[in-house]
Design a protein around this ligand. Sequence first.
Ligand code: WTA
Length: 634
Amino acid sequence: MVTQMKTLEDYKNAYKKSVENPEEFWAEQAGNFTWKQKWDKVLDWNFKEPNIKWFEGGKLNITENCLDRHLEERGDKTAILWVPNEPDADDRKFTYKELYTEVNKFANGLKKKGIKKGDRVIFYMPMIPELAIGMLACARIGAIHSIVFAGFSAQSLADRIIDAQAKMVICSDYNKRGAKNIPVKKVVDDALKMGCDSIDTVVVHKNTGGDIEWNDNIDLYLHDMLDGVEDFCEPEVMDAEDPLFILYTSGSTGKPKGVVHTTGGYMIYTAYTFKNVFQYQEKDIYWCTADIGWITGHSYIVYGPLLEGATTMMFEGVPTYPDAGRFWEIVEKYKVNQFYTAPTAIRALMAQGNEYVDKYDLSSLKVLGTVGEPINDEAWYWYYDVVGKRSKPIVDTWWQTETGGILISPLPCITDMRPTYASYPLPGVQPILVDPEGNLIEENGVEGLLCIKYPWPGMLRTTWGDHERCRQTYFSAFPDLYFTGDGARRDEDGRYRIIGRVDDVLNVSGHRIGTAEVENAINTAPGVVESAVVGYPHDIKGQGIYAFVITKGQVDDENAFKKQIIDMVRVEIGPIAKPDIIQLVPGLPKTRSGKIMRRILRKIASGDMSNVGDISTLLNPEVVEEIKKSAPTL
Ligand code: WTA
């Protein structure tokens, strides 16, 4: 088990050591795990190519660390506690022993179907235990899992299958989410019609038993795959730098890219940050409400907690079903100790009123966490006052898909809290602020672009199939620095507050969406000439999506036309990316080199018409006035 800091002194010492002697610091943590062979070298790196290698030559299997090594001491402890969508349905519990057996069987099932080390397996599944079991089964045999959030469209799923050249898709028949019953297998069927030739098998978990189409050549029920398999599977020997998973995420240009995380460093980093940020104790019940389709679910529902032998809860449903008290009902029922959610959920529940919270006994809570987007003052105080009764520390954890784990966060009851500040870097993390020219900003009480100047074990290594894209995206803006894409403020005492993305990436309800992706989808709709998408402040979602669209000639039925656009975005990306506001415009403000001036559009979208800034360098300044005139009043 990794070291747990208990006092401010511990944090200061750990931080100091991690900066002065990072290799020794991380080697010490690495020594707490099961290795089949010790590493040759702790760290080899440069941010130019980039080339980042932690614990190279070390041999291990992450599932031995998540499962096998806990069997003796906590084999009968609940590893996964699954809470169903329907409040009156039965929950499911897997002890470490049971989870171990399920993972071994699933791994043998995958092997039987010809999946081997290095193959890519895509999951398109709801929040059910089979998803966690399946990903661990991949890790057991060295297959690379890539989980696609089950809200993405068939087109998005197909894009990811093709990019990863996956051999297998694992899905359910249907998903239950709130009052909805979502036809998951149908989306997979549609995706496979879009040129996913690499797929040999679609494994279907019978979740609801609803009707699905069946293709004997490719479809296989999970229970049939597992029929008669042995319950032990020898863990594949992996190099510390062998890929563990690919997770697709949006950037400012083009299609989503596959962020690649490797085995050893990711393992150490997620375990260390889980144990410390949540101050997990052996008997605690820990609950992260994220979906496993996002990085938060990977690192802080599955890997981090299981590595530390925790009881981790998995919730199938949504915060507002059957009503806005669902989270708190679950906290009371299972006596949850650590609760980790997103600002967008907090804001949505806050809007429903305090009575949904006050009905329940939340005294089991020890730590409240938030992640995914900037938390505003009002939401922070509501979480602190109403949920935490002013006595529970809030950890505002800042990190990214690319960082693998939390980089900046308070440590509960150890470091101080300042509302809306992610505050201090965790041990091993060396954040800096630079100005747009890349000059280091040394003073405090300033804003700048957030970069990290030294590698940490959980960071991405590459983007799947395109290392140059990784270099371009993260390591080229400023030499020898990892650029996060976020702007941040550093206060007088060195605490960081994340302001938000400074690139063309939106954060809608905590989901990352590239403006270019949405624009490409909109431009595919009939009658559209060009579009520009920007974010605007939204009370619940944090950011809403505002699309400015140039049409071919006059549009007869504006509502029908806008609906077509929205449908196109649903089809191309998924409902999470659909525009909240569409404004039809005669033109878009452009520079002389033809670049859209998004700064101006952002101002208009936020309703701040009076101050759009300098437009004298525009090719078509007159269009600004026209857009302003026809902007809807929010
Ligand atoms: C934003 C989610 C403010 C940020 C783990 C980052 C945050 C992006 C916070 C990554 C936070 C994440 N405060 N902003 N505590 N946490 N973000 O890849 O803009 O889905 O770059 O990873 O979310 O989103 P991603």
